[in-house]
Design a protein around this ligand. Structure first.
Ligand code: ASP
Length: 319
């Protein structure tokens, strides 16, 4: 039997039970379960950690509930631009894509860049051309559209503010709008290899061309078999400045911290003073998993071959 661990997130932010309807909560839980199943199917068949995180993230990108792929947020110009990245901890190869439009699964484009180009990151039109060249699925604007996120953007349009998707309350939805988000997955496969992937539509009302932490290797995503695989979610700018995902790896490598200790220090102690609201998921090569956030909630899940299983949303224990 193969030995593996997998964790996923669907974004962090002001996610409160009081703002949720039972129907929506069920839909989120089902979506998280589907993504865990997609990743676990790869791992239980002895597939690689890289293929598992791709499968889990694609499942979340295809679900309109999350701010990644289909259902991405709108920028200031009314367009949906997406960022994604993937990293293989066995060889520290990485691929990333920034500010792309119309790519059905940005994580697949990041993977293709990692596998088939000499580069780590492509952006905008160049990334789109590369996607066409390699036959990736392209979709029209309507595919990515969601009424909910359009309303979120309309509310912020006349301001100079940007917001985490989960933190924009949309009156038109009955006040249950503080939710949704960036997606990510981390895994350890049967060979002990680690991988991480993250995908996002970014922040509502962001400037044209703005790139967050999600596609930045070391900030939103990092994997190294020696230490850990990390995928972050939260306010991208502080996460970039704190080199967040790599900082966890450094604390483990240079200070001998456990995964749990390193993630706690970074998320609870280092990010808050620089307004780094959000969280992260991590696994290490011993099969440990940690899910940390400093916001009210984080859509999250984990599954391991030894029977560990959890799908949760809120901060409190019955989440
Ligand atoms: N980190 C993402 C960004 O800043 C947003 C999120 O996690 O929801 O683009």
């Amino acid at each position: 039997m193969s030995r593996f661990t997998l964790a996923i997130h669907g974004g962090a932010g002001t996610i409160l039970r009081s703002n949720m309807t039972p129907e929506k909560e069920l839909a989120y839980r089902a979506a998280l379960e589907d993504a865990l199943k997609a990743g676990a199917a790869v791992l239980s068949a002895n597939g690689s950690a890289v293929d598992a995180v791709r499968a889990a993230v694609c499942s979340l990108e295809d679900n309109i509930l999350f701010n990644a792929g289909k259902g991405s947020v709108f920028g200031k110009d009314g367009k949906q631009e997406m960022d994604a990245s993937i990293m293989d901890g066995s060889n520290r190869m990485a691929g990333a894509v920034a500010a792309v439009r119309n790519i059905r699964n940005p994580v697949e484009l990041a993977y293709t860049i990692m596998m088939k180009s000499p580069h780590v990151m492509l952006n905008g039109n160049g990334a789109f051309e590369f996607a066409q060249l390699h036959g990736l699925a392209i979709e029209p604007d309507e595919y990515f559209y969601s009424d909910f996120r359009y309303k979120q953007w309309q509310q912020m349009l006349d301001t100079n503010q940007v917001a985490l998707d989960h933190n924009v309350r949309v009156a038109a939805t009955g006040g249950d709008g503080k939710k949704f988000g960036t997606v990510g997955a981390v895994a350890m496969d049967n060979l002990g290899n680690l991988a991480a992937a993250t995908s996002t539509g970014g922040m509502t009302n962001k400037a044209f061309g703005r790139v967050g932490d999600s596609p930045i290797i070391g900030a939103g995503t990092y994997a190294n078999n020696k230490t850990c695989a990390i995928s972050c979610t939260g306010h991208g700018e502080p996460f970039i400045r704190a080199v967040t995902a790599y900082d966890v790896s450094c604390l483990m490598e240079y200070k001998g911290y456990t995964l749990e200790e390193a993630m706690r220090v970074v998320v609870q102690e280092k990010l808050p003073p620089i307004d780094g609201e959000g969280g992260m998921i991590g696994v290490d090569a011993s099969g440990n998993i940690s899910l940390q956030f400093n916001s009210d909630g984080m859509y999250r899940g984990l599954l391991a071959s030894d029977g560990r299983y959890e799908v949760a949303i809120y901060r409190d224990l019955e989440s």
